[in-house]
Design a binder for this molecule. Structure first.
Ligand SMILES: C[S@@+](CC[C@H](N)C(=O)[O-])C[C@H]1O[C@@H](n2cnc3c(N)ncnc32)[C@H](O)[C@@H]1O
Length: 286
C-alpha cells in the first residue's frame, strides 16, 4: 500500500516537472538591443493606438504600458511557445491544482474537472495524469479553449485587456492549436475518451456544453469578458464542496473585475484564498 502511494506520488511529481519544463531550465536570459528596441516600439505604438482612451479624464494608464522594455521582454519571453513548458503556471499554482483535485477525490465530491483557457494543455494533462494515478475512470477532463489564442477585447469594456492583447501580438496571442494539445496528451500516454475538448470561444461553447456537474473548475482566460462568460455558464454547475480556481485574479487585467462582479451579483460569500500573487481559489460551500 505504501509502495503504491509512493509510486503514485513519484509519478505525479515527474509529470509536474515535465509539464513545467523545470527539467530543462535555461540560464539567466539576456535580451539583445534589437529585442529591447522592439519592445519599446511596441509600447509606443500601443500608446498611439489607444491614445483616445488613455486621454479620457480619470483614465488610468494600464501598468503594462509603464513597464520597462526589459520587463515587457521578460513577460513575452515567459509566454513564448518555444519554451519547454507545457504550462505557464508556476509551481504553487500547479500544486494548488493537485491539492484541490486530491481534496475532491478524497472527499468524494461528484463531477468532472475543467480548465477553461488551457494554452498548451499542461494543467489538464496533469489533471488527467492524477486521475489515472488514482485509478479514476468515471470523471471527464474538459479542455476548453479557442485553440486560436486570446480574443481581441473591446477597449470600451476593458482598456487594460485591450492594451495587453495588443502587446501580446509578439507571442501570437498565445495561439496553440487543438492538434498540438492532443499530441501533448498523447506524448504522456494520457489521451483517451475521458478527455473532452471544447474548441471555440467560451461564449459559444460553454452555454450548450454537455457538462452536468463539475467538481473542479479552473478559469484562466485572462480577460474580463472571458472570465465573466466562464463564471456565468459554469459556476452554477460547480458541486457544493467543489473548487473554483481563478488564475489571473491578481494580475492587472479585467479578470478581477469580472470575478468581483459575479461574486457580488450571486452573493458568493466564500472567502478568496490566495495561492500566490496571481491566483485565488475557494471551495463552494452553498
Ligand atoms: C494564459 S493562457 C492559459 C494558460 C494555461 N492555463 C496554462 O496553465 O498554461 C489563456 C488561454 O485562454 C484562452 N482564451 C482566453 N479567452 C478565451 C475565450 N473567450 N474563449 C476561448 N478561449 C479563450 C486562450 O486561447 C489561451 O489559450
Amino acid at each position: 500500500m505504501i509502495r503504491e502511494e509512493e509510486s503514485r506520488a513519484a509519478y505525479i511529481e515527474w509529470l509536474k516537472q515535465c509539464l513545467m519544463g523545470t527539467m530543462y531550465e535555461e540560464e539567466r536570459p539576456v535580451p539583445t538591443p534589437a529585442e529591447l528596441a522592439g519592445c519599446a516600439a511596441r509600447q509606443s505604438a500601443a500608446r498611439q493606438k489607444f491614445s483616445s482612451w488613455l486621454a479620457r479624464p480619470g483614465g488610468v494608464t494600464p501598468p503594462i504600458l509603464e513597464k520597462k522594455p526589459r520587463e515587457l521582454w521578460l513577460l513575452l519571453r515567459a509566454m513564448r511557445r518555444q519554451r519547454a513548458a507545457q504550462t505557464m503556471t508556476v509551481r504553487s499554482g500547479v500544486d494548488n491544482v493537485h491539492y484541490c483535485l486530491t481534496e475532491v477525490l478524497e472527499g468524494g465530491v461528484p463531477g468532472d474537472v475543467m480548465e477553461a483557457g488551457v494554452w498548451k494543455g499542461g494543467l489538464t494533462i496533469l489533471i488527467q495524469g492524477i486521475l489515472k494515478a488514482w485509478g479514476v475512470n468515471d470523471r471527464r477532463v474538459w479542455v476548453a479553449d479557442s485553440f486560436a489564442g486570446l480574443p481581441e477585447p473591446d477597449p470600451e469594456t476593458d482598456l487594460e485587456d485591450a492594451v495587453t492583447h495588443y502587446l501580446l501580438g509578439g507571442v501570437d496571442h498565445l495561439r496553440i492549436s487543438q492538434a498540438e494539445v492532443r499530441s501533448a496528451f498523447e506524448h504522456f500516454d494520457l489521451l483517451d475518451d475521458q478527455v473532452c475538448f471544447l474548441p471555440g470561444w467560451f461564449r459559444d461553447t460553454l452555454p450548450a456544453a454537455p457538462v452536468e456537474r463539475l467538481a473542479l473548475l479552473r478559469v484562466d482566460g485572462d480577460w474580463h469578458d472571458s472570465t465573466r462568460d466562464c463564471l456565468r455558464f459554469l459556476y452554477p454547475k460547480l458541486a457544493v464542496g467543489g473548487y473554483m480556481i481563478i488564475d489571473d485574479y491578481g494580475l492587472p487585467l479585467g479578470c478581477r473585475r469580472a470575478v468581483d462582479e459575479y461574486r457580488l451579483e450571486n452573493r458568493i460569500r466564500e472567502p478568496l484564498q490566495w495561492v500566490n500573487m496571481q491566483t485565488v481559489f475557494w471551495r463552494r460551500e452553498e
